[in-house]
Write a protein that binds this ligand. Sequence first.
Ligand SMILES: *[C@@H]1O[C@H](CO)[C@@H](O)[C@H](O)[C@H]1NC(C)=O
Ligand SMILES: *[C@@H]1O[C@H](CO)[C@@H](O)[C@H](O)[C@H]1NC(C)=O
Ligand SMILES: *[C@@H]1O[C@H](CO)[C@@H](O)[C@H](O)[C@H]1NC(C)=O
Length: 517
Amino acid sequence: MKGPEVVLFVSVIFELWMGLSSARKASDKESTTHKTPLRPKEERKYVIKEKGSEVDDGDSLLLRPNYLASEPENVPAGMTNVKHPGGSLTAAGGDGTLDDTSAIQAIVNHAASSINNKVFFPRGEYLISSDIAIPGPVELHGTQSGIAVITSSTPYALKIHNASPVKSVLFNNVYFDGIRVKFDGEVHGPSATSNITIKSCIFFSSGSPTLRNAKRQQLKMVDLGSSNVYRSIFLRDSNAYGVASKFTRTVGVDVRENIFGLDLSKGGWLATKVEPVWYWRDRKEKLEFLMTHYNLEADQGFFKSCYYEECDERMRLAKNIFNGSPNIGRHRDHVMYLKGFNMMEVVGNYIRGWPADLSGGIKARNGKNLLVARNYVDDTGILLYTHRKIKPCLHNGLKNVVIYGNHLVQRTNPGHRASGISYYEPHNQGRDRNITYSANVFEIFGVSDPSNYTCIWLTNGDLSQHHVLQDNSYYGAKMPVKLHARYSTPLHETKENNVGITNRYNYPLYKLNIPPY
Ligand SMILES: *[C@@H]1O[C@H](CO)[C@@H](O)[C@H](O)[C@H]1NC(C)=O
Ligand SMILES: *[C@@H]1O[C@H](CO)[C@@H](O)[C@H](O)[C@H]1NC(C)=O
Ligand SMILES: *[C@@H]1O[C@H](CO)[C@@H](O)[C@H](O)[C@H]1NC(C)=O
């Protein structure tokens, strides 16, 4: 037998076996005839290539595993399988055409009020037609062996969210196709909704959202207590240009080891052993499968911004990869835009593909106790601003800010303030306090005399509050970088940096070998 036939044969046996076992538990599985196909296959934008079907792609494609097709799977102990939930619960079909909304909602409701609150999604596509509400502590686990996708026929119109305060929710290894995830503890304050974990999830869209829906963030967290977003991947293509994530008034959110933007045709680097990349070694094939299966554009870095933050406290943004597509030709609003923070750490991130002008860069304004350390910032800048305090939660200026040990590469716009580190205060109110620039390294390409180019720009504000240490340097040279300041003479300070800063923030710096778009 040839490969596909073997697969087909095994799957027929499996379906027979499933048929028998479900016949035995006939009451488990309500008839699915009441389900009307929500999205007939032929109406899909991208045709699903069925296992063993006559497709013209040649053997090589057919021999690739179909990570979505049903196969016998080990359901981890103690988890409720959505395709065989047992009891009086209706099974989800996971076939991408029937509406699984009510089945999934009932299973989630049941799990959230049970001791066993873990729900397992085997391989398949779970189509939903309205929002799924998370009513209590529940864990949604997607299959490890294949791919479990929750999908919407109207991309980014629907969300999985908490309708009331919840604690201890985990989404693990779930693929969200045109689905938003939103946790909002608004009514009950930060403590009522907390311990939300988004782990190893993939956000993408196989269809084209309307302009209105494309404007919505893939992930939104508002008024939460301590929560985690990690090892997840955010993808947006040219049809879905927009913002990946938005955080507002959270306390204690940790966002680490995520990827924002990928060129799906150049995923080789995902297999490298460099931290923080190695987590995705096993994702490379699955992402390539997604691209061919759904006919996705390779360029999945269409972000207006990856990260909007407003008035969050004790937030940590560490070891993420921000890999924007530089070929967007649309308005950018900073790789991350931070405002009103208190106790914010931006450390060990790798950033590329953002413009070296005032629409790119890590932008931070009107907040206090900020550490931006050990980031590799390739051809975009670090932009500090003080604007007027227009919202109660914004700080009146910047206070206790440390920009330490970052590596900034200047290529397209050397010496421009948006290519280096800059500070700007348009109102001359001088409210900022205690801002330190130390141990940053600047690398300038394509110029004969890099010492002729300004690396740190200070415009307006009270210069006595800006401490530029002499240890900021050009790559490979010990001399301090060139400064620019308006209305006054900028000085390098020779004083030692606070030992606490240099020791405590001894983070590695990641220069990743990501091929350009
Ligand atoms: C947080 O949620 C996880 C499930 O994601 C749970 O295992 C853990 O016990 C929760 N922690 C606390 C402190 O409630
Ligand atoms: C300046 O800010 C740093 C970092 O936040 C802090 O450690 C230090 O105590 C501050 N210094 C003063 C004088 O407030
Ligand atoms: C350095 O900058 C000055 C003024 O900005 C300019 O006149 C000069 O040509 C530059 N030198 C080099 C080597 O680029």
